[in-house]
Design a protein around this ligand. Structure first.
Ligand SMILES: [Fe+2]
Length: 296
C-alpha cells in the first residue's frame, strides 16, 4: 500500500487570528510565509507552511496535511483510499505550493490532506523565539481510540509504536516514535500540538523564554515513559495546548523492530508494546498531569 511518510502541516481555526499569529511568530519562532485575509501560513524552513491559522468561531484543529513519497502516485493513493469506502475529494491548488491534494475525513471528523510536495522553500530558521526543529506530532482526544487507530493504520499506513492500556495509541509514519496520538476520552477534539526542540538545553531555554513572556507550564518539564521524550506543556493564547519536546524515541529500521537504545530505556531492546496505565508510562520523573489539562 501507499502510506504517508511525513506530517507536513496542521491547520487550526482560532477566534483571534492576530493574537495566535503573534504567538507563533514571536514566541514559538516560526516564519510567517503568507497571509491572506483570514488565513496565515507559518513555516519552519523547508516547507512553505507547517502551521495554518484561520479565523473561526472556536479554537480547534481542523485539518492535518501528510506527504506521500516523491515516487508515490497520488492517483493510486486516491484509488486505494476510495477502495476502502472512504469518500475522497480532489483539490487543485488548494494552498500555496500544493498543486494537488486528496482530501477525506478521519472517523473523528478531522480532514486529512494528502499530497506530494513539489517545491521546497528553503527559508531560514528564525533568530527570535523558541525556534523548533519541526512540527512533531498532533494528539487528539477521541470517542473510540481503537477505531481511529485502525483507520490511521489501514488508510494512511501508520504503524503502532505503543499503546497505553486499550485507550491511548502512539502512531508513527516515519522514524519518529509518534506523529499522531489518539486518546479515547469520549469526545473528539484537539489534545496538543508538539514541536521538536534540539535537546534538554534548548528545552530549558524555551521554558525560560516562555516564562519571561508570561507563559506558565501546564505540565513538566518531565520525561515521558512512552516515547521517552523530554516534555513541557503550555497553553497558547487560543487555549490550545502546545508541547515542546526533545529526545523522542526513533525506530530507524522497521525491519529491526526496536527503538534506538537509550540509557533511560527499561526494556532492552525497547520494542512497541502495550504499557500499563501506570504513572511511569506518563512521566518517568514523577508528577502527573493536572486534571485541568485533560479538560482543555
Ligand atoms: Fe505529545
Amino acid at each position: 500500500m501507499i502510506g504517508v511518510r511525513k506530517i507536513a502541516h496542521a491547520s487550526y481555526d482560532v477566534p483571534d487570528l492576530d493574537r495566535q499569529l503573534e504567538y507563533y511568530t514571536d514566541i514559538i519562532g516560526l516564519t510567517l510565509s503568507a497571509k491572506e485575509k483570514d488565513t496565515a501560513y507559518l513555516s519552519s524552513t523547508v516547507d512553505h507552511h507547517s502551521i495554518v491559522l484561520k479565523k473561526g468561531s472556536q479554537a480547534k484543529c481542523t485539518r492535518i496535511g501528510f506527504q506521500i513519497g516523491p515516487d508515490d502516485d497520488l492517483n493510486a493513493f486516491e484509488k486505494q483510499t476510495a477502495g476502502m469506502n472512504i469518500k475522497t475529494t480532489r483539490k487543485k491548488d488548494p494552498e500555496p505550493t500544493i498543486a494537488d491534494m486528496v482530501c477525506f475525513e478521519d472517523p473523528k471528523g478531522t480532514t486529512m490532506e494528502v499530497f506530494k510536495r513539489p517545491d521546497l522553500q528553503h527559508q531560514k530558521f528564525q533568530t527570535k523565539g523558541v525556534v523548533p526543529h519541526k512540527l512533531g506530532h498532533v494528539a487528539f482526544h477521541c470517542q473510540d481510540a481503537q477505531a481511529v487507530t485502525k483507520f490511521y493504520c489501514d488508510v494512511l499506513g501508520f504503524r503502532v509504536s505503543d499503546w497505553m492500556g486499550d485507550f491511548f495509541s502512539f502512531l508513527r509514519c516515519g522514524v519518529d516514535h509518534h506523529t499522531i496520538n489518539l486518546i479515547g476520552t469520549g469526545s473528539n477534539r484537539h489534545f496538543h500540538t508538539a514541536f521538536e526542540l534540539r535537546d534538554w538545553a534548548h528545552l530549558q531555554t524555551a521554558c525560560d523564554y516562555l516564562s519571561i513572556n508570561g507563559y506558565k507550564m501546564l505540565w513538566g518539564p518531565g520525561r515521558h515513559g512512552i516515547g521517552h521524550n523530554l516534555f513541557a506543556y503550555h497553553q497558547s493564547p487560543a487555549g490550545l495546548i502546545t508541547e515542546l519536546f526533545a529526545e523522542l524515541d526513533q525506530m530507524k529500521d522497521e525491519a529491526l523492530g526496536y527503538f534506538d537504545p537509550r540509557p533511560w530505556h527499561r526494556d532492552k531492546p525497547q520494542r512497541p508494546k502495550v504499557w500499563a496505565k501506570d504513572p511511569s508510562a506518563a512521566n518517568l520523573w514523577g508528577p502527573m498531569p493536572p486534571d485541568e489539562m485533560m479538560k482543555l
